[in-house]
Design a protein around this ligand. Structure first.
Ligand code: AMP
Length: 403
């Protein structure tokens, strides 16, 4: 089956066309700057030869519908397209950020599912409406083709109440569903599944700590194949130090800022989401720039790196206590997959907890999974590239073909 995977953001659409037969990528593309004066579409087609065909279009793209239509014109073409006919697309898989408490797993999209995604908009006011745009456009473009929603939050719905409740007045949970939901679930589940395969152990018996370090960062404690705690909370702001997001701060800082700096709630929210994290500490949010600056003796860059890796270490320790027995720690996403020093610092001093890094293995580069712990490390440490599009493709196929 060929599956189109769509990740629709507020001003962008990422898409991939996958051939699930061999899980190959046929097309991968990005529509950006939707709604701005000039939109941008980059389409990379992999037509089975060793050369990819890259097409870039700069054109006004007023809305998601126009963006997706332009992309489909490039993908489907009787002469030049990777596929000759729209009918070859057997299903569309959508990334949906927030499923609230309604969705524990991916689901085939119906009117009721759309209504439930809408009902969860207050929990993800920027993301869910954009995801719904993508669903609406795909339903228009591919009438009758099954559409599946894959939620960022679904994998974490197994977290028990003592880990998802905040110690706030209970009515806030009862009336407004204020609780931890967690995000990046598709990525955590994907790398955890790959890790179980590498450990040659049934997923349902694996205790893992998955560490997703990209521009957004999160860590998940997985017990017997189920998420039992995760660092992102009701929104994707809690927990680890991220590119521009603060992660954990004293909640009283909000009141301090309001009272002493005259900041209103929107300004505080924007600061915590867009101007904090690594960027807040040193002015840079790309780890490659931070390492280059550290080389030049930039002390704030060193501080930002240290604050992030210390927080990672602290959470790994906490999740070891949550799990008791840990089979493996998995690093993934942009920083997790590439930053050798970051991985080393995030696990430094954990030898007495059974975590021993093999520095030579850790310094290796690999396109696929890489084991970076020593042979006598009780906890195996892996670097496993995440692939959210493939994960969504697999989940979509699974939902549509299971009996
Ligand atoms: P992601 O959100 O998973 O795409 O990750 C993006 C982040 O990965 C970037 O902001 C960089 O900080 C980081 N990154 C990418 N490549 C490298 C690298 N070679 N070394 C260190 N960090 C990297």
């Amino acid at each position: 089956m060929k599956i189109l995977v769509i990740n629709s953001g507020s001003s962008s659409i990422k898409y991939q066309l996958l051939d699930m037969e061999d899980e190959s990528v046929l097309v991968s593309g990005l529509v950006e700057r939707i709604g701005e004066e000039k939109g941008d579409l980059t389409n990379k087609a992999f037509p089975g030869t060793d050369r990819e065909v890259v097409t870039e279009i700069v054109h006004p793209i007023p809305d998601h519908s126009t963006g997706m239509r332009l992309a489909i014109e490039l993908i489907v073409d009787p002469d030049k397209g990777v596929i000759k006919d729209k009918g070859e697309i057997g299903a569309v898989g959508h990334r949906v950020v927030h499923g609230g408490e309604d969705f524990h797993e991916p689901i085939a999209i119906t009117d009721e599912v759309i209504a439930a995604i809408k009902a969860n908009v207050p929990l993800a006011p920027l993301h869910n409406p954009a995801n719904l745009d993508g669903i609406r456009v795909a339903m228009e473009l591919f009438p009758g083709v099954p559409q599946v929603a894959v939620f960022d939050t679904a994998f974490h719905q197994t977290i028990p109440p003592h880990a998802y409740m905040y110690a706030l007045p209970y009515e806030l949970y009862e009336k407004d569903r204020v609780r931890r939901y967690g995000f990046h679930g598709t990525s955590h589940k994907f790398v955890a599944g790959e890790c179980a395969r590498l450990l040659e152990k049934p997923f349902g018996q694996c205790n893992l700590i998955t560490v997703h370090l990209g521009n957004g960062c999160s860590m998940t404690a997985i017990k017997n194949g189920r998420s039992v705690d995760t660092s992102l909370g009701m929104t994707p702001l809690e927990g680890l130090v991220m590119g521009t997001r603060s992660g954990d701060v004293d909640p009283a800082i909000h009141a301090f800022l309001a009272r002493n700096k005259g900041m209103d709630i929107d300004a505080i929210d924007a600061m915590l989401n867009k101007d904090s994290g690594l960027k807040g500490l040193c002015g840079m949010n790309d780890m490659r720039d931070i390492h280059a600056a550290i080389e030049q003796g930039d002390e704030k860059a060193s501080l930002a790196f240290n604050v992030q890796t210390y927080r990672n270490r602290k959470y790994i320790g906490a999740y070891m206590a949550v799990l008791g027995r840990v089979d493996a720690i998995v690093f993934t996403a942009g920083i997790g997959e590439n930053d050798t020093v970051g991985r080393l610092e995030s696990t430094r001093g954990l030898e007495s907890f059974g975590v021993k890094i093999d520095e030579v293995a850790n310094a290796r580069r690999a396109a696929g999974p890489l084991k970076i712990s020593t042979d006598d490390s009780t906890v195996v440490v892996w670097v496993i590239p995440t692939n959210e599009e493939l994960a969504i493709g697999r989940e979509t196929e699974h939902i549509l073909t299971r009996k």
